[in-house]
Design a protein around this ligand. Structure first.
Ligand code: ADP
Ligand code: MG
Length: 337
C-alpha cells in the first residue's frame, strides 16, 4: 500500500520541480551605459520583456543625463540654456538640491568643473594648482541651481552632473519596471550599484559581494532581498601622482581635492537605490566619524544602513544589517554600530 503512494509523491514532486524550472528561466541583458558595464537578470514569466524595457529605460536616462553628449538635457543646461526639463530630470535635480543641503554640501552635483580640473573626465589626470581649484570653486555650489518646477537655470556658470546618483535612480527605475511586468525575482547590477527584486528563484536571498578595497576579491557578503546596495570608494577610479599620492574621483567640495580621510569605502543598504547612491558618495566625503554621526542622526528616519571600511582595517556594520553581513576576509576586524 505504501509503495504506490511513495511513487505518486515522487512523481508529483518531479512535476513541481519541472514547473519550477520552467518558470525560473533567466532573462538577461548585458550592456554598457552611463560609462560602465551593466547587467539585468530577471526570472520567470515576462522576464524577457522586463529586461528589455529596463535596458532601454537606463539608456534613455543616460541620454538625458550624459555630461559629454552635447544634446543631453544636462549638457544643454550646462551650456547656459534654460528650459523646462523632463519630469525625471526635475525630480532628480530637486532630490540633489535637498540632499546637498542635508549633507552640508558634502554631496554637491555642481562639483564637475573641479573633477575635470583633476582630469577625471578626460582620463588625463593631473594635480591642478591651488589657484585654479580656488577659482573653480567660486562657480560650485547648489545655490547656483535655480529650479522652479520643471524650469531649471544654472547661474554663475555652474555645471550640473548626476554622476553620483544616476545609476541609483536607474536602479530604482529598473526595479519598478520589473514589478510592473509582474517579475518577482530580479538582480539589477548597474556598474556595481545593486538592486534586488524579491528573492532568488530558489527562495533564498541574493548574495552580494562587498569588495575588499585593498585587493581583489571580497571583504564580505550581503544577503539582500528587496534592497539596494551601493558602494563608493577611491579604489576603482583613481590615479597615482608622481609623489605617490593616490587621488580618487570623489571630490570633497570643501577643499576641491579628492576626498582623503580614514575611509576606504562606504556601502549603503536601503530600499531606495537613489538614496543609496547619493549617500555612499556623501558619506565617503565625510570620513568615518562624521559618517557615523550622520547615520545616527538620519539612519532610521531616512531608512538606510551602512558598512564603513577604514584604512585601519575595520569594517563597521550598522546593526540593522548585521545579520545580513558575513565577514569573509578575516584580516579585517568587524565592529557593529
Ligand atoms: P561611482 O560612479 O564610481 O559609482 P559615485 O556614485 O560615488 O561613484 O559617484 C562618483 C561621481 O560623482 C564622480 O565621478 C563625479 O561625477 C561625481 N562626484 C564626485 N564628487 C562628488 C560630490 N562630492 N558630490 C556629488 N557628486 C560628486
Ligand atoms: Mg554615488
Amino acid at each position: 500500500m505504501k509503495k504506490p503512494l511513495l511513487l505518486l509523491a515522487i512523481a508529483a514532486s518531479a512535476v513541481i520541480m519541472l514547473c519550477g524550472c520552467a518558470s525560473e528561466k533567466e532573462s538577461r541583458a548585458d550592456f554598457f551605459s552611463m560609462n560602465t558595464f551593466m547587467s539585468v537578470s530577471a526570472y520567470g514569466e515576462n522576464g524577457d520583456t522586463a529586461v528589455k524595457q529596463a535596458q532601454s529605460r537606463v539608456t534613455e536616462l543616460d541620454r538625458l543625463w550624459s555630461v559629454t553628449a552635447p544634446d543631453s538635457e544636462l549638457s544643454r543646461l550646462n551650456s547656459g540654456e534654460s528650459f523646462p526639463v523632463s519630469p525625471e530630470t526635475a525630480e532628480l535635480a530637486a532630490f540633489c538640491a535637498e540632499f546637498s543641503e542635508r549633507t552640508d554640501g558634502a554631496f554637491d552635483p555642481t562639483i564637475y568643473p573641479v573633477l575635470t580640473a583633476w582630469g577625471f573626465t578626460r582620463e588625463e589626470n593631473r594635480v591642478p594648482p591651488e589657484s585654479e581649484i580656488k577659482e573653480l570653486l567660486t562657480r560650485v555650489g547648489i545655490e547656483n541651481v535655480l529650479q522652479n518646477g520643471n524650469e531649471i537655470t544654472l547661474e554663475n556658470g555652474a555645471t550640473l552632473d548626476f554622476g553620483a546618483v544616476a545609476k541609483g535612480y536607474a536602479g530604482d527605475e529598473s526595479a519598478r519596471i520589473m514589478r510592473e511586468n509582474g517579475v518577482s525575482s530580479a538582480l539589477i547590477n548597474l556598474g556595481g550599484s545593486i538592486t534586488t527584486v524579491g528573492k532568488k528563484p530558489d527562495g533564498s536571498d541574493w548574495l552580494i559581494g562587498v569588495k575588499n578595497p585593498l585587493s581583489e576579491g571580497n571583504a564580505g557578503t550581503l544577503a539582500l532581498s528587496e534592497l539596494s546596495a551601493v558602494t563608493s570608494g577611491a579604489y576603482e577610479r583613481y590615479f597615482t601622482a608622481e609623489d605617490g599620492t593616490v587621488y580618487g574621483h570623489i571630490i570633497d567640495p570643501a577643499t576641491g581635492c579628492p576626498a582623503d580621510n580614514d575611509l576606504l569605502s562606504v556601502t549603503i543598504v536601503s530600499e531606495n537605490a537613489t538614496l543609496c547612491d547619493a549617500l555612499s558618495t556623501a558619506l565617503f566625503v565625510m570620513g568615518s566619524e562624521k559618517a557615523q554621526d550622520f547615520f545616527r542622526e538620519n539612519g532610521s528616519v531616512m531608512g538606510f544602513d551602512i558598512i564603513l571600511i577604514t584604512k585601519s582595517g575595520e569594517i563597521a556594520v550598522s546593526e540593522g544589517i548585521s545579520d545580513r553581513f558575513t565577514l569573509t576576509d578575516k584580516s579585517f576586524s568587524l565592529v557593529i554600530l
